[in-house]
Design a binder for this molecule. Structure first.
Ligand code: FAD
Length: 398
């Protein structure tokens, strides 16, 4: 931070990014005041289990809590939970209870809200929050059929949980394969096999014409489908409307420099899903909706606020637990111009489980995708970080 050390830091958003920022501030010796403003009544909780262990009934809500109110108090945090930020004036955060908290530094970690389908009727489920997950779990408990719109990670994980509860699942995906933008067409076809092998009715290249009500929809070709429950798993978007008067134009995510400082807002940092940090290698602001990136950037922003040494950033990493295996993705798969099978025979029509694929860009390793082979996958982390040449990658296969 430029100038004197902060005395009071206000963190807006009591999710993963907000909490990890606070934990790093304290770990690095910050002894001043911290106020945490959280729109939900819940203490900070972890979202990945919502669509996995919590939805399937394996876990109860207490297991997803990252730090309860007592834990926050032990960290010396004044927690204003159940309170939304409605405006930002300089470093003064205006709250929906009429109050204002002003810090020397503000960290915005307000995450995303579930994207809605056009003209989405009430009754169509989404999954972003703990309350959403509990409501969906209850609904699946009595449903016999489910339509999932979107075959991304959330769609896949909900499909798994529903199939496990004996629910018949139809999955509608606009693109030709699940997660096509992340995995590409060829590897996405392996993800598609996971759905169909598990018994889901996966319909790719399918467009929805309109939703007729909370349980019925019409496809672009006129076919009408209905189920006991419809879930929209079509991604998530930031809700930064509360910053409308803050003097910066927010197009989508909050544009930050490579230390997490919000461009055009002095004394304000942003972390987590709502932020897009400048990536000099990519020459662009890069967002990301992943747990590890949120944790890394929270630590780096905290260090920047305090002027302490930030941890080294690794390549982007995301995982999903689906259909009995861990799907792991590291690096920039979207920049690749060539695929290299590293382990397993999934790309040749063999089992998906155990398949690991390298993504090369200009002959250098840009990313790796692994289907249920975590021990093998881990070998490639450092190679992706270093952009290792093909020969070195092939020599690692062993
Ligand atoms: C169901 C689900 C499963 C996931 N699974 C995985 C996974 O397997 N692997 C993976 O890598 N990532 C996964 N993720 C993504 C990961 O959880 C997110 O990247 C991470 O939670 C982002 O943290 P965040 O702090 O930016 O946002 P969040 O954790 O969403 O927290 C933001 C908080 O800010 C609050 N807030 C918003 N606006 C305001 C306001 N104006 N005032 C006050 N508070 C506000 C929100 O209510 C929310 O509590 C999953 C996400 C979801 C939803």
């Amino acid at each position: 931070m430029t100038g004197s050390a902060p005395e009071h830091i206000v963190v807006v958003g009591a999710g993963l990014g907000g909490l990890r920022t606070i934990e790093r501030l304290r770990a690095d010796g910050f002894a001043g005041r911290i106020t945490l403003v959280g729109g939900e009544d819940h203490a900070p909780y972890d979202r990945p289990p919502l669509s996995k262990q919590l939805l399937s009934g394996e876990w109860e809500p207490d297991r997803v809590v990252l730090r309860d109110r007592r834990g926050l108090a032990e960290l010396g945090v004044t927690a204003r939970l159940g309170t939304r930020a409605i405006a930002l004036r300089g470093t003064g955060v205006e709250l929906d209870d009429g109050g204002t908290v002003t810090g020397d530094a503000v960290v915005i970690a307000t995450g995303l809200v579930a994207r809605r389908l056009p003209h989405q009727p009430d009754g169509v489920a989404t999954l972003r929050t703990l309350d959403d997950a509990l409501a969906l779990r209850r609904a699946l408990g009595t449903a016999r059929s489910l339509i999932v719109v979107g075959a991304g990670f959330i769609g896949a994980e909900v499909t798994c949980a529903a199939l496990g509860m004996g629910v018949q699942v139809t999955v509608l995906e606009t693109l030709e394969v699940p997660c096509e933008r992340l995995l590409g067409r060829e590897v996405g076809a392996l993800a598609a096999r996971l759905f169909t092998d598990a018994g889901a009715d996966l319909r790719c290249g399918t467009r929805i014409g309109r939703l007729l009500d909370g349980r019925t929809l019409e496809l672009a070709g006129g076919t009408v489908l209905s189920a006991d429950l419809v879930l929209a798993g079509v991604g998530a978007v930031p809700d930064l409307s509360w910053l409308d008067g803050a003097g910066v134009r927010v197009n989508d995510r909050l544009a930050c420099d490579q230390r997490g400082r919000v461009v055009g807002m002095a004394g304000v940092w942003a972390v987590g899903d709502a932020a897009a940090w400048w990536d000099p290698a990519a020459g662009a602001h890069q967002g990301g909706e992943h747990w590890t990136l949120t944790t890394d950037r929270a630590a780096r922003a905290a260090c920047d606020i305090l002027g302490t040494e930030p941890p080294v950033a690794g390549p982007p990493y995301v995982w999903s637990d689906q259909f009995g295996l861990k799907l792991q993705v590291i690096g920039r798969t979207d920049t690749a111009d060539e695929l290299v099978p590293l382990h397993g025979t999934g790309l040749a029509g063999g089992p998906v489980q155990g398949t690991v694929v390298g993504y090369l860009a200009g002959g250098a390793l840009a990313g790796v995708v692994s289907f249920g082979a975590p021990a093998r996958f881990v070998r490639y982390r450092a190679l992706v970080a270093a952009g290792a040449p093909r020969a070195k990658v092939l020599a690692t296969i062993g």
